[in-house]
Design a protein around this ligand. Structure first.
Ligand code: SF4
Length: 231
C-alpha cells in the first residue's frame, strides 16, 4: 500500500514496456490499474457486451479512416528513454511535420472537452509515432460514439503527464499500491470495489498521518476532464 515517505523503491534496470491502453486505465484510476495488473478478475457480461460494441464500432470507423488514407490499427514499438512504448493507435496520419493521432471511444464523453485518460492514451501514441516519424509536432483527436470529443495539440505538460504515469506504472507493477481515484460513478461500476475498500481500511491511519505516499494522487488535481486548449 503506497510506500513510506523517504523510503526508496527499487526500480527495475531493464527497459520498461508499456501499452498506451494500460496508461489510460492508470489515469482513469491508478488503483484500478493495480488490480488489473496483479489480480485481474473476469469481466462481467455487461463489460463483455460493451467491449463487443466497441470492437464493432472500431472496425466500422476503421473502414472509413482507411478510405480517407489514414493508417489504421498498425502495431508500433519504440524505445523512448528507459521505456518501450508498444501499441496500436486506432488511426493516424501525417500532415506535413505534424502527426495527428485519432482515438475513438465507444463510451460517453464529457459534456465538453475529453476525458484526460483518453487524451493521455493518445498522447502516448503521439510520443511513439513522433519518435518513429522523427517529427516534433502532434495533435490528438478523441472522438466519442455518442458524439463530441475534441482535438488537442500535444504540449510539454501533456508529455510530462504521460511520462509521469509510465514511471508510476513501473512502481505499481513492482507492487506499490497507488491512489484510489474514487467517484460514485466509477466505483459503482467497478468489479474491485470490495477489495478496494478493504485496502483503504488497512492504511487509513498512515494516510491520515501523511506517512504514506501513493503514486497517482496527482490525477485528482489534474481533473478527469481536459478542456483547456485547442490546436
Ligand atoms: S472501487 Fe473505485 S477507487 Fe477502487 S479501483 Fe474501483 S474505480 Fe478505483
Amino acid at each position: 500500500m503506497g510506500y513510506r515517505r523517504g523510503q526508496g523503491v527499487n526500480r527495475a534496470k531493464e527497459v520498461y514496456r508499456v501499452a498506451p491502453s494500460k496508461l489510460r486505465t492508470y489515469v482513469y484510476c491508478p488503483r484500478l490499474y493495480f488490480f488489473e495488473a496483479h489480480m485481474a478478475r473476469q469481466r462481467t457480461p455487461v463489460e463483455r457486451l460493451k467491449m463487443l460494441i466497441g470492437r464493432i464500432y472500431h472496425y466500422l470507423a476503421g473502414l472509413v479512416d482507411r478510405i480517407k488514407g489514414e493508417t489504421v490499427e498498425e502495431r508500433y514499438e519504440a524505445q523512448i528513454g528507459g521505456y518501450t512504448i508498444v501499441g496500436r493507435p486506432d488511426s493516424w496520419r501525417r500532415t506535413g511535420e505534424t502527426i495527428v493521432v485519432k482515438e475513438r471511444k465507444s463510451g460517453r464523453g464529457p459534456r465538453s472537452g475529453v476525458w484526460l485518460s483518453d487524451l493521455l492514451q493518445g498522447v502516448a501514441y503521439a510520443i511513439l509515432l513522433s519518435r518513429i516519424e522523427k517529427v516534433r509536432e502532434a495533435v490528438v483527436e478523441v472522438k466519442y460514439l455518442s458524439g463530441g470529443g475534441g482535438a488537442v495539440r500535444v504540449d510539454s505538460d501533456l508529455v510530462s503527464m504521460a511520462l509521469r504515469s509510465i514511471e508510476e506504472m513501473r512502481l505499481v507493477d513492482a507492487g506499490v499500491v497507488p491512489y484510489a481515484n474514487r467517484s460514485p460513478g466509477k466505483c459503482a461500476a467497478c468489479r474491485y470495489r470490495d477489495v478496494c475498500s478493504f485496502m483503504d481500511e488497512l492504511v487509513k491511519h498512515q494516510l491520515e498521518d501523511g506517512e504514506l505516499y501513493e503514486p497517482g494522487s496527482w490525477v485528482r488535481e489534474a481533473g478527469s476532464v481536459f478542456d483547456r486548449q485547442k490546436p
